[in-house]
Design a protein around this ligand. Structure first.
Ligand code: HEC
Length: 132
């Protein structure tokens, strides 16, 4: 259970009906493994995503630094966070992440994160995007 001071009314409104705020998401245990599995081939070191966008998802500092133009995580506000928008299909199809436009899917090149993974990332951001 999270301590009461972190539970804000907006979090309750977002979390309770959809997922329940019953556990604290850990960056190290819950988030980095998703990024390692699905993102860092392109968003680590010399990957094409890192080269094109500047987004390096190999560690917490990289995640919080964001693109060459600015942050992709707004702590406490997943809906405004580009990191969430690109995985939750809320952007132009060209920047859905991992890349999976209809064309890419048809060619067997693309895939989407699973809904529970998308929700876990949203919850982590809404819980304050801590390095925990
Ligand atoms: C196949 C390679 C590839 C994979 C896998 C990939 N990305 Fe990307 N990503 C890219 C490329 C290329 C860009 C630059 C797109 C552009 O700017 O047109 C990008 C851009 C981004 C951006 C910046 C969007 C913006 O505002 O321009 C974010 C955030 C992002 N990726 C997150 C992720 C996440 C999270 C994952 C894993 C769930 C992921 N990416 C997986 C290639 C990839």
């Amino acid at each position: 259970m999270r301590s009461a001071k972190f539970i804000t009314p907006s979090m309750l409104a977002i979390c309770l009906p959809l997922f329940g705020c019953d556990r604290e998401i850990s960056f190290a245990n819950d988030i980095q493994p998703i990024l390692n599995d699905s993102c860092i081939d392109c968003h680590g070191g010399a990957g094409e995503g890192a080269e094109t966008s500047g987004v390096d998802l190999t560690d917490y500092e990289g995640v919080m630094r964001g693109t060459n133009f600015g942050p992709v995580v707004i702590a406490g506000d997943s809906a405004s966070s580009v990191l969430y928008q690109v995985i939750a299909h809320e952007t132009a199809p060209e920047i859905h992440m991992p890349p999976h436009t209809e064309d890419a899917l048809a060619e067997g090149r693309g895939f989407s994160l699973r809904d529970p993974q998308i929700q876990t990332i949203a919850e982590w951001i809404d819980q304050g995007a801590e390095n925990n």
